[in-house]
Structure formats: C-alpha cells, structure tokens
Design a protein around this ligand. Sequence first.
Ligand code: NDP
Length: 517
Amino acid sequence: MTDFKNEPLLDFSNIEIRKAFEDELEKIKRDFGKEYPLIIGTKRIFPDKKREVFHSTNPSRKGEVIATFPKATKADCEEAIRVGVAAFKEYSCLSAESRACILFRAANIMRKRKALLSAVMVYEVGKNWTEAVADTAEAIDFLEFYGREILRYSERQPLTPYPGEFNELVYIPLGCGVVIPPWNFPLAILCGMTAAALVCGNTVVLKPASDSPLIGYKFCEIMEEAGLPPGALNYLPGPGGEIGDYLVSHPQIRFVSFTGSMAVGLRIVEMAGKPHPEQIWIKRVIAEMGGKDCIIVEEDCDWESALSGVLTSAYGFQGQKCSACSRLILAEKIYDRFISDLTEKVKRIKVGDVRYFENWLGPVINERAFKSILNYIEIGKKEGRLVCGGKPGDESGYFILPTIFADVAPEATIAQEEIFGPVLAVIKAKDFKQALNIANNTKYGLTGSLYTKDRNKIEQAKKNFFVGNLYFNRKCTGALVGVHPFGGFNMSGTDSKAGGRDYLLLYLQAKSISEQL
Ligand code: NDP
C-alpha cells in the first residue's frame, strides 16, 4: 500500500476545471427540493403524511429549498439503535483489512465525486468553492488515513517478553455508538468521526446537523456503495434538541462522538455520565467543542504574511470554523499600522452568493446565527471601536460584512465568547509576556498562532501558549489530516486529535491475553 498523502484540491485557476465546477453547480440544481429518507438497516424511510419533515435550505438565497427530510422520532432512534446493536455482532467480526478496504473504496468514490460533493456544500452551507473542495479533500484524507491506521492497530503489538508465557495485546471495538457532527465541516467531520468508528468495527447511529443533512446522506450512499453492510451505519436526521438526549442517554449506546458547541457538548458529557440501571458500561464520550482562537502578531513579523494569515483565519468560511481567529493580539508598536493595512484588505473582500466563484465571503449558516452575530456586533459597538463592517450585506441571503473591532479589552464579551461569524476583536499588548497572557485568558484552548522572527519568542510560546494546535508564522486554520492532528484543550474539548495516530484508540478497547506455555 502507498504511504498516506493529502488529497489535492481542484485547481480553479484552470479554466476547464472552473467550467466543469460551474456545470456541476448547475446540474445539481435539478434535484433541489427532492425528498430524501432516513436510513435504518435496509429500510429507507421517506417523508409521508404521518411524519413531520424539515428542509435543508440555501443560506445564500433565503427560502431556496435544497432537500427535504423526515424528522427522525424517538421511535426511529429506538429502532436504529436496535438495528445497530444487532448488526454489531457480525460487523465487528469483519477483519481489519476488510473494514479498511471499505474506507479505501469509499475514498475512491469520493474522489470521483469531488466536484459534486463540493457543489452540494456550496449550496447547503454556503462554502465558497475552495473551502467546499477543501472539505471534500479532508473527508477523503480521513478515509485514507484511518484505513491505514486500523491496519497498524491490528498488527502484533509490542510487549515485554516473559518466560513461560505467550502474551498478546489486541484492540477490539466498543459496540454501537452515536455520532453527532456539526454543520460547519458537514462532510469532513461527519465522515471522519463516522469512518473512524466504523473502521474500528463499531456500528453507528449518525445524527447529522439539521443545517446539512443532504451532504450526510450523500456520504451514507457512498459507504453503502463501498460495501458497508446494512445496519452498520444508520442515518437519522432530526432536531438535536428533540432526539439528542434520547440517543445519548440510551443504555445500549456504548459511546458518543460529538463535535459542536460547548453548551451541547457539556450537556452530552453530563447525560452520558449518568448510568442507566440496565447499562453495563461507562459510556465513552469524545467531545470536540468551540474555540476563541487568537493570532499574536509581533513587531518583528513578516508583515505581508501576517496580514494574509490573519485575514484568511478570521474570515475564511465567514469565521465559522472552530479554529477561526476571532482575537487578534497586536504588539503596541505596530498596532495602528497593522489595523490600517488589514482594514484595507478586509474592505476589498467580495461578499455574496458563493454559487459565483468571485465571491470569497458567503453567508452565515442560518437566521439564528445571523441574528446572534448581529447581536454580538451591537455588544462590540459598546466594547470597542468599529473599524469596518458591522452590518448585514445583501439581504437575499444571511450575509454579514467582515467586521473589525479595535481597542477591545481582553475581558470584553466579544473577546471571550465564541461568536462564530466574521467578527474580529483586536486587542493591544504592551509586550510579548502580556500578549501570551491575553492569548491564554479564555476558557477555551483550541488553536493559536504567533507571527514573529524571534526564536526566543517561539520557544516561549511552545511552552506557554496553551492550545491544542499551535502554529508559527502561518494561519491558525486549515489543519491537515496526518500533518496537524486536531483537537483542543480546556472547554474546547477532549483533545481527541482527529487525523492523528491516537484517534482510533478512542473507538477501541485493548484486551491483554496471556497464555502459560
Ligand atoms: P451545535 O452544538 O449546535 O450542534 C452540533 C450537533 O449537535 C448538531 O448535530 C446538533 O443537531 C446536535 N445537537 C443539538 N442539541 C443536541 C442535544 N441536546 N443532544 C445531542 N445533540 C444535539 O453546534 P453547531 O452545529 O452549530 O457547530 C458549531 C460549533 O461546533 C462551534 O461551537 C464550533 O466551534 C464547534 N466545532 C468544533 C470543532 C472542533 O474540532 N473542536 C470543529 C468544528 C466545529 P441540530 O443541528 O439538529 O441542532
């Protein structure tokens, strides 16, 4: 087998590739409004008169319905868990090689559908073309990486030899688990969490985010085509607030893998921690949550590289990445000049419907997010100096202009709470020590970046900048599978390091076997 390599993106500077992507965007419009099912074992359950439905809509064009799904009910959850638990008996006996091959075949199918899957995300969550393709490429990476990883875990594990005994350590799966991803990496994270669980021999009930059920459905189709047996993956779109607790607290659920907000994550940790009288295990919870990430820029930085790193990290996908830079900590000496140069660049960002390649900044995900971000902007106007943006864009979609607040105090609400939108709070630091203190002064600890040419500062930051993913002289977003294992400290989560060598351990348990010779 070849070594793992990250999947390339599509090169949109090539006019033919650009045209092909435009065609794909046009083609999938024909399916807008179509009805899709829940998947439980071999059954596909479509909307009917007896069932409530919900719509997946295009945030770039309010009211444009992309897809319609039935809302999964508690009875569907019960059935999906029953099927998942039953399927575990046989599925967990498949060899690691067979399970890895399912992932490799799925990666090949995804590769062929790279444009289609990316186009779905342009419409369903408002990613610009490049961000959408990066999402698909990351999903392919997870499949290829975890496929190779399970082969490594299934090798003979090193143990200290002991006279008169034959000893082994084998990794076995946990059981049937629930996977709950967010909408912001609607293919990559959903695929990564689900594929990791499956490749270890677990079965899964997958509840996608309600803003992105279509891309999740496309993933399930691919896994089926790749040879995943029925019942190993069950797909239950539906409102987290209504069915989430039921799934998480079910006594037959062995693990919960969640990525999303801190509020929901902490609720899951608490609910899963309460054993049900019928339960015979402690549930495993993998919870990756929010961030209030920052970039520190020192006076000795490479100026242009710092400007472009901040811009991409703060506004890429409208600031809706857990790793997004939402605090910029600037050295006193460069404070005014850096803000002025950054503002010039930010004002040139093209905002609009991401169906068109030229629009770099698209809409925020939905009306709730739109209102919440505008509310934070109002708070920001009291807590800092509005430098640019601060208002909605074209009202055909949920657009918010890229916003900078300067002169923000480290303790201010907009410097402490995750806003999850294109809003950057700029904070002044009198020296590097203070900059690090400000950086560490939130309840989160996900990503952080430092721009400096000073080796001493880099070494200090390595020791004292408390984040799960620390970067120097580059953006704080865009972690690559296998290259930058991803996960945060403190309230950012359980530091699971997705895309790293430790990740599959979270879905496995080790059995030590000893035989007297
Ligand atoms: P949410 O926490 O709102 O939702 C995440 C998932 O949880 C969705 O599928 C949601 O379903 C579901 N959910 C909601 N309520 C419950 C419940 N009571 N029980 C079980 N599940 C529930 O987060 P978002 O989808 O808005 O995602 C954005 C958040 O994710 C940000 O905070 C971001 O920082 C974080 N994130 C963290 C990452 C990391 O690696 N640390 C990576 C990416 C995002 P429904 O949609 O139906 O409500």
